[in-house]
Design a protein around this ligand. Structure first.
Ligand code: FES
Length: 577
C-alpha cells in the first residue's frame, strides 16, 4: 500500500488489511477497474441511491449520483454507490409510509455491514428522505442528504397547476360535473412534465426544506429544480464536502441536535409545510436520542407566520420559490426574528446563520416578509380532548378560518372501503355542517397510516359550491392537500382509541384556538360502547406486514418500529472469515 492507512477510518477494517482477507476485500472491488491506490486509506464514501423506475420522482438519480461521484473523486475520496429500497409515493400499496421503517432498516444495515466512512443520501420522493436519514442516524457516520429537486411547474390551459393540489381540485371538479374526463386526462400530461418531485409545498418539498433547515443539506438544497444544472453542481459540491466531513469526524449526530430540530419545526411553520414532517422528524429525533414531542410542534410553531405563498396554501410553485431566493431567505428572516438557533452547525461546516444571513429575496409575492406574511401564526396546532388524549394535529394554514371552531354531527365511515362505497350515494345523510369521521386508517389500522384523511366531499355538498368541511381521522394527509382536516388522532381506532367508539349522530366539537377536539358523549355511554368494541382482525399473519403491525408506534411517537428507536453506532461488525 502507498500510504499507512489512518486507523480511525472504519473502511480500513476491510481494505487496510495485508492478509488473505484484505486480498478478498480489495480484489473483488477491483473487478470493474478500480486502481490499487483507491484502498490507501482515503475516505470511502457510499452513494446511497433510491433510483427506481417505480419511484417516478427519483428517476434522474443516476445522473445526480454521477455528479456526486465526480465530487468525491475530486476531493480524494473513493465512491461506492449502492441501492436501497426506494419508496414511490404514487404507486406503492397500501401506502409508502408502511415501508418507511423497512427502508430505514435497509439503509442502516447496508451502511453498517459495509466498508463506508461517510455517505451521501440521494433523497426525493416523500418517504425516501426520512427513511434514509433515519437509517443513517442509527449508524451515526458523516452524511449529507442531496435532494433530487422539484419538477418544473405544471402548465395547463394557460395556468400553473401543482402536483396533488390540483389533482384534488380537478378530481372534485369532475365529480361536480365542472370538468370533462377528457380534460382530466389532458391535465395528467401537463402536470408532471419533467424529472423531479412534486412541485407544490407537499411532503417531498417540505422534507427537502427540513433537510436544509436541519443542516443536513448543502445551502440551497431545498428548491433548485431537478432539471436545473445548479442541482448537479450542488450534488458535486456535496460529493467534495463529504470527504472533508469524514476527515473532520463530523457525524450526523453532531448536526441533528435539539437546536437543529427546533429550527426545522419553525421552518415548517414558515413554509406552510406538510403535516407529515411531524411524524418524520419525531421518528428521526428519537433515532439520535433527541427528545422531541408532539407538543414541541405546537409551542415552537406558535407565533411563526407562513411566509410562502405556495400551493397547497397559496398559488405559486417550487420553481417560483427558487427564483425568489429559496429557503435561505426564509431562514434569514427567521434569524432576524429571533426564531432560529443561529449557532446550529450544518454539513458544510458553517453555522446555519453564516450560510443564510445574507440571503436576498427577489420576489416578495412568493416569499412574503415575516412582518407582512402570507398567513399569520400558522404553525401546526396540536389538539387534545377525549377523542385524542395522545394528540391530533391540524394545519391551520390549509384550513378554512370559519371552520376552525365548529360543532357538528358525526357521519362515520368505519374504514376507507366503506367511505368509498358510500360517499357518492345520494341517500347519504350528510350536509356541510356535519363532521366526517374516518376510522381504522392509522399505523396499525390501515395498516401504514395512509394519506386518506382529506376525504373528498360528497357530491351533494360539492354541487352547492362548498369546498371544505371538518374531517377527522387517524390517517395522514398528503402534503399537497388542504382543508379543515384533523389528522393523526392518537391512539388510533385500531388500537382502541376513543375514535373507535364514535357513532353516527354523535356531536363533535373542534376549537383550534383552544386546541380542543371533543366527542360530546358521556363517559358512561363511552364505557358501554368500549365493552362492545372488538379489535379489527390482523391484516396479515406473516411477513413484514405482521412485523409492522405488531411493532409500530402511534403517530405521536413518530410511527417508528419500537425496536428501531435509538442508534447502534458505527461499530464494525465481526469479520466472517
Ligand atoms: Fe413523489 Fe410527490 S409523489 S414527491
Amino acid at each position: 500500500m502507498a500510504k499507512k492507512p489512518p486507523k480511525k477510518l472504519r473502511s480500513q477494517s476491510w481494505f487496510g488489511r495485508e492478509d488473505i482477507y484484505g486480498f478478498i476485500y480489495r480484489s473483488w472491488v477491483k473487478n470493474r477497474g478500480v486502481p490499487h491506490d483507491q484502498f490507501d486509506g482515503r475516505p470511502v464514501i457510499g452513494i446511497c441511491n433510491t433510483w427506481s423506475e417505480l419511484t417516478p420522482c427519483n428517476t434522474h438519480f443516476r445522473i445526480i449520483a454521477e455528479h456526486v461521484r465526480h465530487g468525491i473523486l475530486e476531493a480524494g475520496g473513493f465512491p461506492l454507490e449502492f441501492p436501497v429500497m426506494s419508496l414511490g409515493e404514487t404507486l406503492m400499496r397500501p401506502t409508502a409510509m408502511m415501508y418507511r421503517n423497512l427502508a430505514s432498516m435497509d439503509v442502516e444495515e447496508s451502511i453498517r455491514a459495509n466498508p463506508l466512512d461517510g455517505v451521501i443520501l440521494l433523497v426525493g420522493c416523500d418517504k425516501t428522505t426520512p427513511s434514509l436519514l433515519m437509517g443513517t442516524a442509527s449508524v451515526d457516520i458523516p452524511a449529507i442528504a442531496v435532494s433530487g429537486g422539484p419538477m418544473l411547474s405544471g402548465k395547463y390551459q394557460g395556468t400553473d397547476i401543482g402536483s396533488g393540489t390540483n389533482t384534488w381540485s380537478m378530481s372534485e371538479d369532475v365529480r361536480a360535473g365542472k370538468m370533462t374526463v377528457d380534460e382530466f386526462h389532458e391535465a395528467e400530461s401537463c402536470m408532471h412534465r419533467s424529472h423531479g418531485s412534486c412541485m407544490t409545498m407537499g411532503t417531498a418539498s417540505t422534507m427537502a426544506c427540513m433537510v436544509e433547515s436541519l443542516g443536513m443539506g448543502m445551502p440551497g438544497n431545498a428548491a433548485i429544480p431537478a432539471v436545473d444544472a445548479r442541482r448537479n453542481v450542488l450534488a458535486r459540491m456535496a460529493g467534495r464536502r463529504i470527504v472533508d466531513m469524514v476527515k473532520e469526524g463530523l457525524t450526523i449526530s453532531k448536526i441533528l441536535t435539539r437546536e437543529a430540530f427546533e429550527n426545522a419545526i419553525r421552518t415548517n411553520a414558515a413554509i406552510g409545510g406538510s403535516t407529515n414532517a411531524v411524524i418524520h422528524l419525531i421518528a428521526l429525533a428519537r433515532r439520535v436520542g433527541v427528545k422531541l414531542d408532539l407538543d414541541d410542534w405546537d409551542s415552537l410553531g406558535r407565533g411563526v407566520n407562513t411566509m410562502l405563498n405556495l400551493m397547497p396554501s397559496g398559488k405559486f410553485l417550487m420553481e417560483d420559490f427558487y427564483y425568489a431566493g429559496g429557503l435561505p431567505v426564509v431562514l434569514r428572516e427567521l434569524g432576524e426574528q429571533g426564531l432560529l438557533n443561529k449557532k446550529a452547525l450544518t454539513v458544510n461546516g458553517k453555522t446555519i446563520w453564516d450560510n443564510n444571513k445574507k440571503a436576498k429575496c427577489f420576489q416578495r409575492e412568493v416569499i412574503t416578509p415575516f412582518a407582512k406574511p402570507f398567513k399569520k401564526n400558522t404553525g401546526i396546532a396540536v389538539l387534545r380532548g377525549n377523542l385524542c388524549p395522545d394528540g391530533a394535529i391540524i394545519k391551520p394554514s390549509a384550513a378554512t378560518p370559519k371552520l376552525m371552531k365548529h360543532r357538528g354531527r358525526a357521519v362515520v365511515f368505519e374504514d376507507i372501503l366503506e367511505f368509498h362505497r358510500r360517499i357518492d350515494d345520494p341517500k347519504l345523510d350528510i350536509d356541510e355542517n356535519c363532521v366526517m369521521v374516518l376510522k381504522n386508517c392509522g399505523p396499525k389500522g390501515y395498516p401504514g397510516m395512509a394519506e386518506v384523511g382529506n376525504m373528498p366531499l360528497p357530491p351533494k355538498v360539492l354541487k352547492k359550491g362548498i369546498t371544505d368541511m371538518v374531517r377527522i381521522s387517524d390517517a395522514r394527509m398528503s402534503g399537497t392537500a388542504y382543508g379543515t382536516v384533523v389528522l393523526h388522532i392518537a391512539p388510533e381506532a385500531a388500537a382502541g382509541g376513543t375514535l373507535a367508539l364514535v357513532e353516527n349522530g354523535d356531536m363533535i366539537e373542534l376549537d383550534v384556538a383552544k386546541r380542543r377536539l371533543h366527542l360530546d358523549v358521556s363517559e358512561k355511554e363511552l364505557a358501554r360502547r368500549r365493552k362492545k368494541w372488538k379489535a379489527p382482525k390482523a391484516p396479515m399473519t406473516r411477513g413484514y406486514t405482521k412485523l409492522y403491525v405488531e411493532h409500530v408506534l402511534q403517530a405521536n411517537d413518530g410511527a417508528d418500529l419500537d425496536f428501531l428507536v435509538g442508534s447502534s453506532g458505527p461499530g464494525v461488525p465481526k469479520d466472517n472469515h
